[in-house]
Design a protein around this ligand. Sequence first.
Ligand code: ACO
Length: 325
Amino acid sequence: MKKVGIIGVGEYLPEKVLSNADLEKMVDTSDEWITTRTGIKERRLVSKHEAVSDLSIKAAKAALRDAKVKAQELDLIIVASITPDFQFPSVACLLQNALGAKGAAAFDISAACAGFVYAIIIAQQFIARGNYKNVLVVGAEVLSSITDWQDRNTCVLFGDGAAAAVLSEVKSGGILSTYMGCDGSASELLMVPGGGSRNPTSHKTIDNRMHYIKMRGNELFKIAVRSMQEAGEKALSLCGLSAKDVDCFIPHQANVRILTAVASRLGIAQEKIYFNIQKYGNMSSASLATALCGAVKEKRIKKGDIVLLDAFGAGLVWGACVIKW
Ligand code: ACO
């Protein structure tokens, strides 16, 4: 099996900023509530005609530049998104065309907030077995398109953004271990009930606001902490490492309180956690992707460091990955 690593990263965040003060004018909430309960101060929103593929293209180009890989050298493109441009074709196909990656196969995956770590794990398999050389992985979301702007329980949490990574064979280090988990029995805790084959779009689904995110946040909170702890522990033990070996902990950015609780349960020092939730909110698959990109660009990760990626999301699904940078 070949060693597989991340050889380049890039991100794109839309320019428009929505602050907690802006939200105070839209729903019955306060900056104080949002800040203390979630850690979020502001989030980015797309402009009127921007869709997930537009964000993905910009993030992908930045990652390809960083990796010094040409689009024509890509063998596979995987996009993790729960807010694709269309039900079909996939975002990955739109991206393949926009990049001119003529030799690349392409598909999307649906694993919500764990989508980026799931996509990295899938990409690793293709490269490790020698099937493919360069794989582009993207986490991209326009959550504002499925956010109910009248529901204060959810609308304060989400934002839009994208980031990408190029994976390839590396001589040393790279991905040391991976772990994925799922509990489909709790899927109703977080879903968009309308618009699929269960409840096809109709006047009724629109009147009942079924095309928006429905979340039982309080119940999810405990499961998120438990699942991310389990994923982190499993991934570390699979490569014979422990929490004290971790130099940078990059979790899915769901809630500052979740992240600090997971780190302390794992035994990872709080200063090793990378946060971007304060400026971007929860961007589902794009959260872990932009957090990884931010940690690299801000030099929070240096060569030889042990990095733990850890995510949890709708499904419910969770996953983790240990990388020697
Ligand atoms: N502003 C003011 N008050 C609010 C707001 C708001 N925006 N939202 C809720 N409240 C109120 C509630 O109505 C409730 O009031 P009540 O006590 O009078 O009934 C009170 O605040 C407490 O509500 P809780 O839901 O218990 O608040 P909690 O501390 O649990 O925080 C939150 C809510 C932030 C959603 C938290 O539960 C959380 O982060 N959950 C996990 C989310 C998660 O991990 N999701 C999975 C990943 S996301 C994905 O996959 C797309």
